[in-house]
Unconditional design. Structure first.
Length: 561
């Protein structure tokens, strides 16, 4: 944040969007726990990013630009070297004859402006862009990797023929192997992949990326490079190079053009050789607000109401990769103030949080969820997050913690919100205790978002619309439906990014009675719907009507789970 706090206050409070008291309260809390004041205002839903951007741009008397909605031509990016745009916090995004449009975080940085004029020889039109938007835009320099990726890999694979794997340490430190792995990771970051898979097959090594929840083949490497490549991964993540028979887990931080990306690495032995999966976690990204995650209306109100309760349990359910941990981190970010003690036990710790005591499960030393949770209770916490409840002991400790005045957040692997209750009871939890502690259960999935650049209206098959209308007991024939046509911004896929769809089950008196009686999940689900619960399918259809996703995507995610 370049602006002095007092100036920022005058701009935002003077706009009328935020009261002086709200501004002071939120900013005081942000500074106490080391958060960016603007991010915190946005996170708490007091003002949105674009409104802040326009207000600051007006203050500087320049135009405001949202770079995440623009694909910048490589020729324009090449006008100013990446190293210098990062140094001066600026980025060129459009050229018109002798004029260059330049986005800047500080439009009054005259040294940066003079450098841009000198290096390009063009007149400069300045725009203001937010810091977070600028950081994302710098990733477009990485897009050049796409053009060179296969060429770099091919050239270095040819050189690996000269590398002996008799000494894996030496082989892993040879330049071709280093270049191959760096290119694979850099390209994954540029493509916004969440995971990299390196899979050893009978005749080849396949590299795949998971992008927006879907796996895609990226490149195939010849057999012979996998030993040195896996050894390189092991060196980076401090794992045993000579161990090939048991799974190993590690971590590594990769610097991608000034932004650190944390890699969570898992290596397992396969039939043809070792396989690697690397989870990519951007360390610079802030937790998303509940609204940004996709929670709206009644669902949002119910969760906020539960967050405000002084004790009890908030459960988030769904399969692996459905965004449960991200939702819990967003809730923790709301609760994280100087007057509370927050402790977590996780497997693994995915994001570091200021002023939060975070413990990672370590089965080798006997530190599991149950023992870790028991230890945390001796640390005088107000709020506890348990990464996952997997067994009877953890379930019982979590329930008793909620009963004794703590706020407990956790996840469970069930397909529906109502399904969490029988799962708890199957683990040995007492129904009457569960009824006394549960505040709300959230079930969620992630659906791909339609590309805003190529979204278009269309008519799905009429028989499908009629079937859904009957199932949901509402008329969908007049509803608008959208899909992505496919363009250069989304790589022809029609989707960019993901958003959550939810069902939020508040534990009301009637639901408590059913829980205490150990009723089935169907009985609890029917009662919750009678009381107004929005099902996950309905929430998905609502997001379809808003143009956020497609009907096919919602059905793919909901029906397959």
């Amino acid at each position: 944040m370049n602006l002095p706090l007092e100036t920022l206050k005058k701009i935002i409070v003077g706009s009328g969007f935020v009261t002086e008291q709200s501004f002071d309260d939120v900013v005081k809390s942000a500074l106490e726990i080391g958060k960016d004041p603007i991010d915190t205002l946005v996170f708490h839903g007091l003002i949105n990013e674009d409104t802040v951007g326009r207000l600051i741009a007006d203050y500087y008397k320049v135009n405001y630009i949202v770079l995440k909605r623009i694909k910048i031509d490589k020729e324009v990016l090449d006008l100013i070297p990446e190293k210098m745009v990062r140094l001066y916090r600026m980025i060129p995004f459009e050229k018109e004859e002798s004029k260059l449009k330049l986005a800047m975080e500080n439009p009054e940085d005259f040294e940066a402006l003079e450098f841009a004029k000198r290096v390009t020889g063009l007149s400069i039109e300045v725009y203001y862009a937010r810091k977070e938007d600028m950081d994302r835009a710098y990733g477009q320099y990485q897009k050049g990797i796409e053009e060179d990726f296969e060429k770099i890999i091919k050239e270095n694979v040819q050189k690996t023929g000269e590398i002996s794997t008799d000494d894996l340490v030496k082989a892993a430190e040879k330049l071709p192997i280093v270049k191959i792995l760096e290119s694979i990771i850099s390209y994954a970051i540029s493509e916004k992949a969440s995971d990299i898979h390196i899979e050893t097959q009978a005749e080849e090594v396949i590299v795949r990326y998971r992008i927006d929840g879907v796996l895609r083949d990226v490149i195939k490497l010849p057999r012979g490079v996998e030993a040195a490549l896996v050894a390189r991964v092991k060196i980076l993540s401090n794992l045993k190079i000579d161990e090939h028979r048991v799974p190993q887990d590690g971590r590594h931080k990769f610097n991608a053009g000034g932004n650190e990306v944390s890699l969570r690495i898992s290596i397992i032995p396969g039939f043809y050789g070792e396989n690697v999966v690397m989870r990519l976690l951007a360390e610079s990204s802030r937790p998303l607000s509940l609204e940004e995650l996709g929670l709206t209306g009644r669902n949002l109100d119910l969760i906020k109401e539960s967050i405000d309760r002084p004790h009890g349990m908030i459960l988030v359910t769904g399969p692996t990769g459905s965004g449960k941990t991200t939702t819990l981190y967003s809730v923790l970010n709301i609760l994280n103030t100087v007057d509370v003690k927050i402790c977590t036990i996780e497997d693994p710790v995915e994001y570091g949080m200021n002023r939060v005591t975070q413990i990672q499960v370590n089965t080798k030393t006997g530190l599991d969820f149950a023992s870790g949770l028991r230890a945390l209770l001796r640390h005088d916490p107000d709020i506890i997050m348990v990464g996952e409840i997997r067994d009877q002991e953890t379930a019982e400790i979590a329930i008793h913690a909620a009963l004794t005045g703590h706020r407990v957040l956790s996840t469970l692997h069930t397909n529906t919100a109502a399904g969490a209750i029988p799962r708890f009871i199957d683990m040995g939890a007492e129904g009457f205790l569960l009824a006394s502690t549960l505040n709300v259960i959230v079930a969620q999935r992630l659906v791909r978002k339609l590309c805003s650049n190529c979204v278009m209206k269309y008519n799905p098959p009429s028989d499908l619309v009629k079937k859904l209308s009957k199932e949901l007991n509402i008329d969908l024939t007049a509803q608008k439906f959208y899909k992505g046509k496919g363009c250069s911004l989304c790589g022809g896929k029609g989707y960019v990014g993901r958003i959550g769809i939810y069902e939020v089950l508040p534990v009301t008196e009637k639901v408590r009675t059913l829980i205490a009686k150990k009723s089935t999940s169907d009985e609890i689900q029917k009662e919750a719907v009678r009381e107004g619960m929005i099902t996950m399918l309905q929430d998905g259809i609502d997001k379809v009507a808003s143009g956020l996703t497609s009907l096919e995507e919602v059905l793919r995610v909901v029906r397959e789970s």
